[in-house]
Design a protein around this ligand. Structure first.
Ligand code: FAD
Length: 484
């Protein structure tokens, strides 16, 4: 029997590890919570109507159709029995287990609301296709509703958009909402002027794109200003509800100053946390986790005392050359995936293993609007059109699937050369499903709760039967004793 490799997660880490094992004598089982691989860096373009969801989320089966040593299975891995080497999975309506010889866990990161999970109801994050489609519905819907009102305050509330988090995702999102309001929607409404939309970008830190260095941060801020985005740095979000957001100034003379911004559309692009699986895996193996729940891995990305388990990408905490934890970016996931695959191949061919993973930083990119981006590539710092060309080339290179690359280019032509956006459709269900799930329960979680309840009832019945049998036996014994 070939060596069994189970891969949890079909993101960048999992997918690139699998591709690197293409010719290895292994049987791979890939378990992913969705049937598609998600190219997260372009999610904001789905939310703002430039790309369709299919273009950033190709079916995993199709991506791996030619790799015969992979079995793709749908489901959420709930737990890992590290002694028995088995993962337990909750699929839609069916639970199952999968045994492994080597386990690769690359389950990514989820949105963190820094302990205020109730904010999610009013300020969707940007982590999934569901998030992006909900935001699309809310953003385009806000203009539609504003057009129906006559009260100026109500119109302003619908036409104010607040993006929380001025990292690459938040900056790109704010830039795109501004372009949408000023270019795409211009002249399409009879009662409102879409160009009057107010777009705010809020962050607790002092600069936008703060990991890009002072020079590029300043350039990005200038480009945002040109687009009409109000940047509020040193500003912390303290409350979020359906009709507004409350912010507080950090530091300086205005420290502690609070302000309520009336807005119906909020986007949360701040903070990440490791998924629950990371905590369970750490508890099972004795590995340590950091404040965000990421697992502290060995230099080769395996878990301490468990050379057969690798943790990759956004889920791992591993210090880079500068001593700081490697960032949660696609290249870290891709390169750590390839490294883990290399370790497995070495082990199978009897070679020495344990070589440390060395991350090669290829640079950072963020677009602000059409034809305008910032790029930090080694010592090279680019901004404006040249950075945007690099951005287009890199994203096309890494976008999975030839068809997706072709259609993405066509959509970019429509949006960047013209004014249109081809993907403005959003259904009512996309806009309101979050509230419905909150009110009526997540069907998957409900199924799990029902199963747990059924098991409890079954255990109670078995216990009652056992006690009854014991009582009967004791009664019989007593009767026998009395008879004697
Ligand atoms: C909006 C956004 C924009 C970004 N932009 C950039 C960018 O411009 N450049 C850049 O370098 N990086 C960017 N990133 C970060 C980058 O996408 C991540 O660093 C990268 O995707 C991490 O890869 P991963 O394999 O660790 O996890 P992911 O790509 O997140 O993949 C994790 C996979 O695991 C699955 N999964 C999770 N839990 C389970 C479970 N229990 N059972 C089964 N499957 C599970 C998920 O469904 C998912 O498919 C962005 C991220 C976001 C959210």
């Amino acid at each position: 029997m070939s060596h069994r490799v189970v891969v949890v997660g079909a993101g960048f880490g999992g997918l690139f590890a699998i591709k690197a094992l293409r010719r290895a004598d292994v049987e791979i089982t890939l378990i992913n919570g969705t049937a598609y691989h998600l190219f997260q860096p372009l999610l904001y373009q789905v939310a703002t109507g430039i790309l369709s969801e299919g273009e950033v989320a190709p079916p995993i089966r199709e991506v791996l159709r030619r790799q015969e040593n992979v079995d793709v299975r749908l489901g959420w891995v709930r737990d890992v029995d590290v002694e028995a080497k088995i993962v337990s999975v909750a699929g839609p309506g069916i639970d199952y287990t999968v045994p492994y010889d080597t386990l690769i866990v690359a389950a990514g990161a989820s949105q963190s609301y820094f302990g205020n999970d109730e904010f999610a109801d009013h300020a969707p994050g940007m982590k999934s296709i569901d998030d992006a489609l909900e935001l699309r519905a809310r953003i385009f819907g806000a203009f539609e509703v504003a057009d129906l009102h006559t009260d100026p305050e109500t119109i302003e509330r619908w036409m104010t958009f607040v993006v929380v988090g001025a990292g690459p995702t938040g900056t790109e999102m704010a830039g795109q909402i501004a372009e949408l309001a000023h270019r795409t929607l211009r002249g399409q409404y009879r009662h409102i002027d879409s160009r009057k939309a107010r777009i705010l970008l809020v962050d607790a830190v002092g600069t936008v794109l703060n990991t890009f260095g002072d020079q590029l941060s300043a350039k990005a801020e200038k480009q945002l200003d040109k687009l009409g985005v109000e940047v509020r740095t040193n500003t912390k979000v303290v409350a979020v509800d359906s009709t507004g957001i409350e912010v507080e100034t950090i530091g300086g003379e205005a420290a502690g100053h609070r302000e309520r911004i009336p807005t119906m559309t909020k986007v949360w692009a701040a903070g990440v946390a490791a998924p629950a699986l990371a905590g369970r895996l750490a508890a099972a193996t004795g590995a340590k986790t950091d404040r965000a729940g990421r697992i502290l891995v060995e230099p080769d990305t395996s878990l301490p005392g468990h050379p057969e388990i690798f943790v990759l990408g956004d889920m791992m905490n591993l210090a880079g050359a500068d001593g700081k934890p490697l960032p949660g970016v696609a290249q870290v996931a891709i390169q750590s995936g390839r490294h883990a695959a290399g370790q497995i191949k070495r082990r199978l061919s009897g070679k020495e293993t344990g070589q440390p993973f060395r991350y090669f930083d290829k640079g950072s990119l963020a677009t602000i609007s059409r034809f305008s981006a910032v790029a930090s590539i080694g010592k090279l710092h680019l901004s404006g059109f040249s950075a945007w060309v690099v951005w287009v080339a890199v994203h096309l290179f890494y976008l999975v699937g030839f068809k997706n690359r072709v259609t993405a280019v066509l959509h970019w032509f429509v949006s960047f050369l013209g004014r249109g956006r081809s993907e403005r459709v959003a259904t009512q269900q996309q806009a309101f499903a979050r509230q419905a799930i909150r009110a009526y329960g997540d069907p998957f979680r409900r199924a799990e709760a029902e199963r747990v309840e059924a098991e409890r009832v079954e255990a109670e019945r078995a216990e009652a039967k056992r006690s009854a049998a014991q009582r009967t036996a004791t009664g019989a014994d007593q009767a026998t004793t009395q008879a004697r």
